[in-house]
Design a protein around this ligand. Structure first.
Ligand code: CO
Length: 460
């Protein structure tokens, strides 16, 4: 029997985030939800990542309500979200009570699969979210943040995958956020993981460097079960490779693909017009759609390269670009080879630029890098260079164990503080995740409701 390959559609989350800074309002994709639901996807990635923040910050949408509306329109397809372990949707660690309640409420509001990762691949930072997800009855997709370094061996990744299975992972995701994984690496890593655990494997990559189609194909040859793709008008460049193209090629090669071509055509036609609107208003920039192989040369994610450039431009020091590029891998080595994913990519990049501009290493250090050296982000893949650590921390001792264990519970105290501003657990969670944004949102909602109430009294 032909081997089946399943698809996760990313247009609602990662493609939306990678190409147009997550600016798709619910109203723009609502007309296509029923079609996506009928198309035969394994799952639709539609929540988490930056969607929550952007809903509150720019779109004036309640992210929880967005999730419920998507759920109502898509009863047949699994909904998937991205969650940064103990950081949930932010960049700092939260107490366990928040992580647990957030995961529970995400599932109650309609989530089926939670893709859980940690920037450092520290499983201690994933455990609470993984267990909460399993307890709530959803699929925990235990995720590797893929990177290359002398300490990121297949043996290490396999060890991590076994731990994730112990924690209840229903699937394993290899998350290549920078699109730097080549076809041979994909083949070898997927083979190694398949040999070690009998869980479905989902490969997630980006088209940034142009490798993605080849990488998916070789991963599938090694037994990869699920791939992440974006409907063609929202594919390519910093997004995922195109859904329809992969469906076509895989069928030609004899694989079984469940997608309905009539549905994917309708979805593509619709999102073409949406894309054109974002091109017209300048949100979708041509460079986001282009292939950029620089990241292969420097082994630095594309987003990080453009951040380095804009930082140097702000400091009027563009002539230091080459030096900053050489300094970046040095800083990464000093810090124990963290994967270059948010927030470690920013920390490493800013530190490299600072070192170059100061003309001296670690003379100035951000509070994030200090916290990292104290162990607040978790266990680093390799030990931090002891001299660098001493330089940064002085006599201060790094913590041992899990940082979240030092944090006091936050849910009940926040609920009390918010009083009648928060009507539900979801409101409390939004506030803890993004206090300023959520407060504004909740206050505006309250004002609106009060206006409506006054109006209706007048009407009587
Ligand atoms: Co991604």
């Amino acid at each position: 029997m032909a081997k089946k390959v399943q698809f996760v559609e990313t247009v609602l989350r990662d493609a939306n985030q990678s190409l147009i800074a997550t600016r798709l309002p619910y109203s723009k994709f609502e007309p296509m939800l029923e079609t996506i639901d009928r198309a035969g996807y394994y799952a639709a990635e539609c929540w988490g990542g930056a969607t929550f923040d952007v809903c509150l910050r720019y779109l004036n949408e309640d992210p929880w309500e967005r999730l419920r509306k998507i759920r109502a329109k898509m009863p047949n397809t699994k909904l998937q979200m991205l969650l940064r372990g103990q950081n949930v949707l932010g960049y700092s660690h939260y107490p366990d009570d928040f992580v647990k309640l957030f995961v529970q409420k995400a599932v109650e509001n309609g989530m089926d699969i939670i893709r859980i990762f940690d920037a450092l691949n520290d499983t201690q930072n994933m455990k609470v979210a993984m267990e909460a997800c399993v307890n709530a009855g959803a699929i925990a997709s235990g995720t590797i943040s893929y990177t290359t370094s002398p300490v990121h061996t297949h043996a290490k990744y396999v060890e991590m995958v076994k731990e994730l299975k112990e924690m209840g992972a229903g699937t394993i995701c290899i998350k290549d956020m920078a699109g730097i994984m080549g076809p041979q690496e994909a083949y070898d890593l997927v083979s190694a993981i398949k040999d070690a655990v009998d869980l479905p494997i989902d490969l997630h990559t980006h088209s940034t460097t142009g490798l993605a189609f080849m990488t998916y194909l070789k991963a599938i040859e090694a037994g990869c079960d699920i791939i992440d793709t974006a409907i063609s008008p929202f594919s390519g460049g910093t997004s995922q490779p195109a859904t329809e193209t992969l469906a076509y090629a895989l069928r030609q090669l004899g694989y079984e693909v469940d997608l309905d071509d009539t549905c994917t055509k309708q979805i593509a036609d619709y999102f073409k017009t949406v894309r054109d609107e974002f091109v017209a208003d300048g949100t979708l920039m041509p460079k986001s759609m282009a292939t950029d192989t620089q990241c292969l040369t420097y082994q630095i994610p594309g987003g990080m390269l453009s951040n380095l450039l804009s930082q140097l431009k702000q400091m009027n020091a563009l002539d230091k670009f080459d030096e900053a590029l050489i300094e970046t891998p040095q800083v990464r080595r000093d810090l124990g080879f963290p994967p270059l994913v948010t927030p470690t990519s920013q920390m490493v990049g800013v530190q490299a630029v600072t070192n170059v501009l100061q003309g001296e290493r670690y003379k100035k250090v951000s509070k994030e890098v200090k916290a990292y050296c104290r162990g607040e982000y978790g266990r680093t893949p390799a030990p931090i260079d002891p001299e660098v650590q001493k330089l940064i921390l002085g006599d201060e001792q790094p913590i041992t164990g899990r940082y979240a264990d030092t944090l006091a519970p936050v849910v009940e105290s926040t609920r009390e503080k918010l009083g009648d501003l928060a009507k539900t657990d979801e409101d409390v969670l939004s506030y803890i995740a993004f206090p300023n944004l959520a407060e504004k949102f909740l206050e505006e909602r309250k004002a609106k409701e009060e206006n409506v109430a006054t109006y209706s009294i007048v009407e009587c």
